[in-house]
Design a protein around this ligand. Structure first.
Ligand code: IDP
Ligand code: MG
Length: 150
């Protein structure tokens, strides 16, 4: 158990489909703390850095085209084990395989259009937060969290 901050991003399909509020609601209600939030249209440069691990995959160019096609919502969420907790809220990559109750399971039918990204490990979270939030995050005390953690 450790306090972590993870990078979460609503992708262009999630923004286009009007799912931003629904997605933020799920993270808030779970008990994660929002420490960074903004809308941006990603440049090709930032998109390629973000997805660099997939640069040799056949879907890479399509993925970059998709991510840069319109606005995304960049978020930073903090909490105990925030990385795995967020990945569980998000669900498996392909919406058709994702269980009900997960974001991809409840709203998605596709592997490419899967609405949301979440960092998969501590090192990736650190890299992605630095990439998308070079201005830094907000540290603040959320009083309600004293009723989330015993
Ligand atoms: P993740 O988002 O669940 O961590 P990754 O395997 O890291 O999934 O893939 C990154 C993103 O690349 C996925 O969220 C999805 O948008 C896209 N992607 C992955 N595999 C495919 C594919 O086979 N076809 C098209 N897009 C894919
Ligand atoms: Mg991934």
């Amino acid at each position: 158990m450790s306090k972590e901050t993870t990078y979460v991003m609503v992708k262009p399909d999630g923004v286009q489909r009007g799912l931003v509020g629904e997605i933020i609601r799920r993270f808030e209600q779970k008990g994660l703390q929002l420490v960074g939030l903004k809308q941006t249209i990603p440049s090709e440069e930032i998109a390629k850095k973000h997805y660099d691990v997939h640069s040799d995959k056949p879907f890479f160019s399509g993925l970059i085209k998709f991510i840069t096609s319109g606005p995304v919502i960049c978020m930073a969420w903090s909490g105990t084990d925030a990385i795995s907790v967020s990945r569980n809220l998000i669900g498996p990559t392909n919406g058709r395989d994702a269980g009900p109750g997960t974001i991809r399971g409840d709203f998605g039918m596709d592997i490419g259009f899967n609405m949301i990204h979440g960092s998969d490990a501590a090192e990736t979270a650190q890299f992605e937060l630095g990439l998308w939030f070079p201005e830094g995050l907000n540290e603040w005390t959320q009083d309600s969290l004293s009723w989330v953690y015993e």
